[in-house]
Write a protein that binds this ligand. Structure first.
Ligand SMILES: *[C@@H]1O[C@H](CO)[C@@H](O)[C@H](O)[C@H]1NC(C)=O
Ligand SMILES: *[C@@H]1O[C@H](CO)[C@@H](O)[C@H](O)[C@H]1NC(C)=O
Length: 178
């Protein structure tokens, strides 16, 4: 192999490495902005969640907001099936099941709101998207509050916090795009 070829390979590698770094920096930069705006969101949770979607590697801020809203829909949907399971659990009393039913309607609203937010972000209606995502991040906490008052919030604590945090990530990215 002659030196020109070796040089070309080295240069290509350097460019490739640099572009990989730039791409990575985007998720990390957005997560720094998000966690600065909302200290309740954990930086590592933010990076891990966004990177779980393979599209995040080449996404700009708007696409990252859509990814975060999409994760919110997926998470609320999986929480709804967990609530269904709890509602079918004979060891859980009927008063608690009444609260879980309310949580279920909160989470259905999260699915609707975060899905509308995806459409709003895509069409550039950031104000609408922000409103929908605020609802999506508040609702799981309303569920947590209900269950907490009854001493039962351990049932959905992780779900409530994860879903709120995912919606907050989307909301804070959108807020910056407004
Ligand atoms: C979320 O992303 C997946 C994968 O691209 C897609 O199939 C799904 O329809 C999206 N969900 C929403 C609510 O847009
Ligand atoms: C949603 O939250 C649950 C915790 O309830 C978590 O285990 C799961 O990984 C999350 N799903 C997504 C798609 O982020």
């Amino acid at each position: 192999m002659d030196t020109t070829k070796v040089l070309l390979i080295l240069i290509s590698l350097a460019i490739l490495l640099q572009s990989l770094e730039l791409v990575d920096a985007s998720v990390e930069d957005e997560c720094k902005i998000v966690t600065a705006a909302d200290p309740n969101v954990d930086y590592k949770f933010c990076v891990t969640s966004l990177q779980a979607d393979p599209r995040s590697g080449s996404a700009d801020a708007k696409e990252l907001a859509i990814i975060a809203a999409n994760l919110t829909v997926a998470n609320a949907t999986s929480t709804l099936s967990k609530i269904e399971k709890l509602l079918g659990d004979s060891k859980i009393d009927s008063a608690t099941k009444g609260l879980l039913n309310q949580c279920s309607s909160f989470y259905k609203d999260v699915v609707t709101a975060a899905s509308s937010a995806i459409k709003a972000i895509s069409s550039g209606s950031m104000g609408d998207a922000k409103k929908q995502l605020t609802e999506a991040s508040d609702n799981p906490q309303d569920c947590d509050d209900l269950l907490f008052e009854a001493g039962k919030n351990y049932l959905l604590k992780k779900e409530d916090n994860d879903c709120t945090n995912l919606a907050s990530i989307a909301q804070n990215i959108v807020a910056k795009l407004q």
